[in-house]
Design a protein around this ligand. Sequence first.
Ligand code: ADP
Ligand code: MG
Length: 255
Amino acid sequence: MNDILLTVKGLKKSYGAVEVLKDISFDLRRGETLSLIGPSGSGKSTCLRCVNYLEKPSGGEIVLEGEHIGRVRTGDGRERTMTDRELAPQRSEIGMVFQLFYLWPHLTVRDNVALASIKSGRLSKAEAYELAEAMLEKVHLRHKAHEYPERLSGGQQQRVAIARALAQQPKLILFDEPTSALDPELVGEVLGVIRELAEEGRSMILVTHEIRFARDVGDRVIFMDGGVIVEQGPAADVINHPAKERTRAFLGQVG
Ligand code: ADP
Ligand code: MG
């Protein structure tokens, strides 16, 4: 039984002449939480966005359960990049939670969570609402189902965004600094939900500056700097006993 869910191999990304990701390779095992840490501008967001082809990689491959993300083999045996339409089913297998929540202000919380399942025709309206309420329960906001986002705190809005990602029933969830836009007193409730998801065995990649959280909740940590992986390993090893000077210097600044 192959327990590798995601393989990122030789991932590269350039913007013009600037190489932002240089040969990034790592695996994510099923049920694992991987934290991606590193200084601002090191390429963490770009890496996440390449995993679900929000950005088209300049090189390398992304393989989710044996399926090449964003690539399709044509009749003559060659490969090309998928169109957005072809990508949609693959993207729906990968949930994404951003720093800003991007909820629809004119929709209730429940409608925000149910929208994608209804629009895609994947579920009936009744099924989508049932799923939405179950996912809101997971983030402890079922009682807010009929509120509008503006009536919620930032922490609650981010939990709604997490429920929305869960409603896709994704194989993998990517979090890009999900607590960075929050007032400090609201960070804990969002991290608490992410911790519960980790404990129930979700497969997740989390970009975060919450180093203690990465150590305590993450199974593994990748430290990136300048578009390369400087070091990766079990969370406690990398954070408590970094092998590389660059990692030590970074942890010294943020810790
Ligand atoms: P991080 O998330 O670690 O802060 P990013 O992945 O956002 O880093 O950015 C890595 C580098 O790529 C930065 O130098 C940034 O300026 C550059 N970059 C990101 N997106 C673009 C873009 N769309 N066009 C040009 N440069 C970009
Ligand atoms: Mg970023």
